[in-house]
Design a binder for this molecule. Structure first.
Ligand SMILES: [Ca+2]
Ligand SMILES: [Ca+2]
Length: 451
């Protein structure tokens, strides 16, 4: 797929919680009058936190000629995801995006239009980067409390034959923790054309939040956790987040499609957005239809809803019905204070002070990104042993063998999924942590097919 070299024309992007993002979603032909200057809207940090400025996604039906989009507005750059029937339109700065949305939506063959949403790793929303642990070594990764909690004693052959895509900031292949890992060249959707999915910072505070390269290292940390559990799994880096942890719905959708087409059976998404988008639902449906399982961080979002109650929303795509959404618990199975949780969560995994590869060394990462990565590693162990499992049966295996955690979390019973993956069981070994039978797990979620 081709895409413009142009990045977000407004580099000064802010941070902060998304407010009212839902109101701006799903713009259609009947919505929005008044030509608000897009630059003005983009000066609002809450807006920039939800959407990439001057960018639109158009979903179209088969037979639609994307060249029509360029004809509507001179100067737009159009990139395509042909598999999904989606176009990414980057408008010139002077374009009025509201009007553009209305005009695109009116074209014959256009199914829907939307602004291109922002995606991030949840840790980057909070700027709780890992704490560097200078004393840690590579061998400590495999014997840390998080792995003990998962009953994981990694074996060199675990995960053999399984391609795990890491949708993130890229992977630093040179990190000692990945020295024996098979890492494919990968897909770069941040700087397309460069073909470089390496995780690296540029030394520039690209989003102007006062932290230089706040995203750099995240993908390597995630990849390191997958690799330590499933050393024989093949890692596919898909760079959808830049070194300031910013990504977009379109890049994410393209990343999912690219990962599926490259043969990934497991797609780790330690990232998300508050609001779903049509573009991303298409991508999730594509992954499900091709038998790939998207394992996603539930999110670390904790917001005060005004009356002192904490509201913890599950981010998208973890909330999607075909995804395996993962919440964070401690290595003693107690829910992490900042984890999002809820009925849409299917599993939990350690996500408090998890030792990860971090910027050439090692660090302690807290957040559902770590939890998602550990579940992806566990899933690779199960799939490596039982490659004939389809997506739904793999989830079923992970859930039925999981170590239940509700007893440690009476106030969140039913909100942390089936519990923490039992890696020994997934690898065909005798579990050391005995799991009681869970008859209710035999029911499949509504709407799931047998693929
Ligand atoms: Ca920054
Ligand atoms: Ca940077």
């Amino acid at each position: 797929m081709n895409r413009p070299g142009e990045r977000n024309p407004n580099p000064a992007r802010g941070r902060g919680f998304r407010v009212g993002a839902a109101l701006l979603l799903a713009l259609g032909a009947a919505v929005v009058v008044g030509a608000a200057d897009d630059d003005e809207r983009c000066s609002d940090p809450a807006y920039r936190d939800a959407y990439a400025c001057h960018q639109v996604i158009v979903r179209f039906a088969p037979g639609f000629d994307p060249a029509t989009l360029s004809a509507v507005e001179p100067g737009v750059a159009v990139s395509l995801i042909p598999q999904l029937g989606q176009a990414w339109v980057v408008a010139p700065r002077e374009s009025d995006v509201d009007t553009l949305l209305v005009r695109f939506a009116a074209l014959a063959g256009v199914r829907s239009v939307e602004r291109n949403g922002e995606y991030r790793a949840p840790e980057c929303r909070q700027i709780n980067a890992p704490i560097l642990d200078l004393s840690a070594t590579r061998s400590a990764l495999a014997v840390q409390p998080a792995l003990v909690a998962m009953d994981a004693v990694p074996e060199p052959g675990f995960g053999r034959g399984v391609v795990v895509a890491v949708l993130d900031t890229g992977i630093d292949r040179a990190h000692p923790a990945l020295a024996d890992a098979t890492v494919l060249p990968g897909i770069d959707l941040v700087a397309p054309g460069a073909g470089d999915a390496t995780d690296a910072g540029d030394g520039v505070d690209g989003d102007g939040n006062g932290v230089v390269d706040d995203g750099y290292g995240h993908g390597t940390a995630v990849a390191g956790l997958i690799h330590v559990l499933a050393p024989a799994a093949v890692l596919l880096p898909v760079r959808v987040l830049d070194d300031e942890c910013h990504g977009t719905a379109f890049a994410f959708a393209a990343g999912v499609v690219g990962a599926v087409d490259a043969g990934a059976r497991i797609i780790n998404a330690s990232l998300g957005a508050r609001e779903p988008s049509h573009a991303l639902r298409d991508a999730m449906d594509y992954a499900a239809a091709h038998g790939a399982l998207v394992i996603a961080a539930a999110g670390n979002t904790v917001a005060d809803d005004g009356d002192g109650e904490r509201e913890q929303e599950i981010q998208f795509p973890a909330s999607h019905r075909s995804a395996l959404g993962v919440a964070a618990v401690s290595s003693l199975y107690v829910a992490a204070p900042t984890t999002a949780c809820g009925r849409a969560v299917k599993l939990s995994a350690p996500g408090v002070d998890v030792l990860v590869p971090w910027r050439g060394r090692y660090g302690l990462l807290s957040g559902t990104s770590a939890s998602s990565a550990l579940v992806s590693g566990a899933a690779a162990v199960g799939l490596g042993r039982l490659p004939a499992l389809d997506r739904v049966r793999l989830v079923e295996l992970l859930r039925t063998t999981a170590i239940p955690v509700d007893a440690w979390n009476p106030d969140r019973a039913g909100l942390l999924g089936a519990g923490v993956p039992e890696v020994a069981a997934l690898g065909g070994r005798t579990p050391r942590i005995i799991v009681p039978p869970r008859p209710t797990d035999r029911r499949r979620p509504e709407g799931e097919s047998g693929r």
